[in-house]
Design a protein around this ligand. Structure first.
Ligand SMILES: [Zn+2]
Length: 116
């Protein structure tokens, strides 16, 4: 199983399958991949020897993540990019996590440095 980290989405999302609003989580790969669950505002952990993705110390990074299943009905396979999430990281602190409405599709690389 590939390792990843998890961020709780700060805003509730309405499930396209069951219509219930709930707190979703998104999987992403940046920092130490130790199944840590973060909230927005927390600093990324880099101190894990087994599996680390990305590089610490960039000023501004965006990571593309994917939503876990619905907390109510557990549906997890939705059309198009509905499950795609953009996670913004400034100075190694998660500052936002929102659904990806860029229309760019899935990125070839899971993270991008916006400002060094
Ligand atoms: Zn649902």
């Amino acid at each position: 199983m590939g390792m990843f980290s998890v961020v709780r989405m700060p805003e509730p999302l309405v499930c396209p399958n069951c219509g219930e609003s709930g707190t979703w989580r998104a999987q992403f790969k940046f920092g130490a991949l130790d199944l840590v669950e973060y909230k927005v505002g927390q600093r990324l952990d880099w101190d894990y020897a087994w599996d680390v993705e990305g590089e610490r110390g960039h000023h501004r990074v965006v990571v593309q993540g994917v939503l876990d299943g619905c907390p109510h009905c557990h549906a997890h396979d939705f059309d198009g990019m509905w499950q795609s999430v953009l996670i913004e990281i400034v100075d190694d602190v998660i500052v936002s996590a929102v659904q990806d409405t860029s229309g760019e599709g899935w990125w070839a690389d899971e993270w991008r440095v916006l400002e060094e």
